[in-house]
Write a protein that binds this ligand. Structure first.
Ligand code: AGP
Length: 606
């Protein structure tokens, strides 16, 4: 996917655009460009493959010039290779339409074939250039740019955020949104912006409007009109809260480390907002939409790290709320029957609220009348707005591509949901009070793990020489081992696999050797003894083992000690240990931790 940032105003546009692109940089891309325009005859497209910094030196000639329109864009290749030719914007054959696009036009190939028959030529391999020439073709029969664009909406399929400039109407910018996020923003100085992400607008815009799926917005210098299915419509104008969006690394070497260390404070914040201290109960209003007694089955739906969080809490929905629950990976679930009925609730877990795979399922579910609840971080994001009700994570802006603090916040919110439901379904009061007591201690428990960062780094020094790893689990520790393994892969680029301790002897034990270390989530829970026998299996085959657990395991090669607690709380602690371990191995390997290769922060394409 790509990220769009458009500015129009009288300040130094280049600096604003490049700063905006740098703020989007953590989202992953492989080429960038800015498009500048003074008058229709005086416009330039400056494009660079690689990091935004590669663009910096190319725009020096434009730094002092005053231009009316500037668009910046980072591209992550979907159609066509990583070449300057394929970077945006793309211009129609007649030179009159300039298009910038985030998303995928699913039916571009058939459109391109028809346009080639009509003698259109193409300089790139992109679907975006097809849109530019399709606009030119449609315009031949339409009276205005607006009508042309409305006809375009009927002809192109699926995900896009499009910015369209036309030479005939230089003061007008038209934008379309279907699935890929797009925000229109402005400030009291009359400066105007479009951005794929609110993060880039921080410090510039005062007001912003989240465009909805199917919206067409026509922006002129001091006015805008939004059309939805051809009818003029209004969208909420949100005021910017700069402090939430202001994200900086502070004294940390990486955003990842900053966000890992934010976790105790985030747990405290969520606890404060969702739990009333008087009687240690949960704010019922926080769980609006959850009080429904008819919920008799829960399915969590998500991707990646968010999927591991959703998966983890299906265990607690069953043990605490006595509701049969299971987890679905969104990209798989869209091809399966939903078996909907009145008693089934789907919980969508997402940091960005824009993940295309999750959105696809949510859209299908809503079309079939299914009930949905969102556990989402980004305020006003698509999943947050499309679910029937939900909880915001309140984790603050998560910069780091591979999620840490959002995972912790998702886990905290989902545990509170399971407690909220459990209290209404006969959970023993003593159990409820025990968990609430441990939740109060959770921030300090996490700090105890964080305080071992130097010790964990020494373990990382041992591990960094290896190429393959097992992350071993049993029971409810499975999603945590999966999450630790995912973190490991995302930033160390070393291969790891989460594997069931009890399953190892049925084949994969063959991999155990001195060359394949195991990280074993081994808390002192009711499965401890079973786990110890698996531990011995590995030791007997000279496998090296790093234990993550509260009870000392004398024969472990290394151990990360976590505080003793209860089963519902152990996952938070083994997760933090796994985050730090992955961080230190990646840092010792010299990897670009905040911009891991091939990854994007929000995967807004399927
Ligand atoms: C970044 O790669 C994350 N680790 C990724 O797996 C992410 O959790 C997944 O893409 C879902 O994103 P979401 O939480 O924004 O929906």
């Amino acid at each position: 996917m790509c990220w769009i940032f458009w500015y129009r105003g009288k300040n130094d546009a280049v600096k604003i655009l490049l700063h905006g692109l740098e703020r989007l940089e953590y989202r992953g891309y492989d080429s960038a460009w800015v498009f500048v325009k003074k008058q229709s005859w005086d416009k330039s497209r400056i494009r660079a493959v690689g990091k935004v910094s590669a663009l910096n030196w190319k725009v020096t000639d434009f730094l002092d010039a005053w231009y009316t329109q500037w668009i910046a864009h980072t591209r992550r290749a979907t159609h066509g290779g990583v070449t300057e030719q394929n970077t945006h914007p793309h211009i129609s054959n007649d030179g009159n339409r300039t298009i910038v696009h985030n998303g995928i036009v699913e039916n571009y190939a058939s459109i391109k074939k028809d346009l080639i028959k009509k003698w259109y030529r193409f300089d790139s391999e992109t679907d975006t250039e097809v849109v530019a020439n399709l606009l030119e073709e449609i315009h031949k029969d339409s009276k205005s740019m607006l009508e042309t664009t409305q006809e375009l909406q009927k002809q192109i399929r699926w995900a896009y955020a499009l910015l369209i400039m036309h030479e005939g109407t230089p003061d007008t910018m038209i934008a379309l949104r279907l699935w890929s996020p797009l925000v229109y923003a402005y400030n009291s100085e009359g400066e105007q912006y479009f951005s794929s992400d609110t993060q880039a607008l921080s410090g510039y815009a005062d007001k912003m409007i989240y465009l909805e799926d199917g919206d067409l917005i026509k922006v002129q210098w001091n006015d805008y009109t939004i059309l939805s299915n051809g009818d003029v419509t209004k969208r909420d104008i949100e005021t910017f809260d700069q402090k939430i969006l202001e994200a900086s690394k502070g004294e940390y070497k990486h955003f990842m480390l900053k966000e890992i260390y934010e976790q105790p404070a985030i747990i405290k914040r969520i606890y404060k907002w969702r739990v009333s201290f008087e009687n240690n109960s949960l704010h019922a209003d926080a769980f609006h939409g959850m009080g429904n007694e008819s919920i008799k089955q829960i399915t969590t739906v998500a991707c990646g790290t968010a999927n591991n969080a959703g998966w983890l809490w299906t265990y607690r929905f069953e043990t605490l709320s006595k509701i049969p629950s299971h987890n679905e990976i969104a990209s798989e679930y869209e091809n399966k029957p939903f078996f909907l009925d009145e008693s089934k609730l789907h919980i969508f877990v997402s940091q960005s609220g824009e993940t295309a795979d999750s959105l696809e399922v949510l859209k299908m579910l809503k079309e079939q009348g299914g009930k949905s609840f969102g556990v989402v971080n980004v305020v006003g994001s698509s999943i947050a707005r499309m679910t029937d009700s939900g909880l915001y994570l309140r984790a603050g802006t998560e910069i780091w591509v591979a999620s840490t603090k959002a995972f912790m916040a998702q886990s905290m919110c989902l545990l509170l949901v399971s407690l909220f439901l459990g209290k209404r379904r006969g959970m023993r009061l003593s159990k409820y009070q025990q968990i609430m007591r441990e939740l109060e201690h959770l921030p300090s428990y996490i700090e105890t793990v964080l305080d071992q960062t130097d010790h964990i780094r020494s373990i990382a020094m041992d591990l960094m020489q290896y190429k393959n790893f097992f992350f071993l689990w049993r029971g409810y520790q499975y999603p945590i081992a999966a999450e630790s393994s995912l973190k490991f892969k995302e930033i160390t680029y070393l291969h790891s696999e989460a594997y069931g301790a009890g399953e190892l002897k049925h084949g994969s034990l063959a991999l155990i050797s001195e060359e394949m270390p195991t990280i074993f989530n081994l808390p002192n829970d009711e499965m401890f003894e079973q786990n110890l026998s698996n531990f011995q299996e590995i030791r007997a085959r000279k496998g090296k083992i790093c234990v993550i657990g509260d009870k000392r395991v004398e024969e472990a090669d290394r151990q990360i000690t976590i505080p003793e607690t209860i089963d519902e709380i152990y996952p938070f602690l083994t997760a933090v240990a796994g985050q730090l371990l992955a961080y230190h191995v990646a840092d010792l390997l010299g990897n670009d931790i905040d911009k891991p290769r091939n990854l994007a922060k929000s995967v807004t394409v399927k």
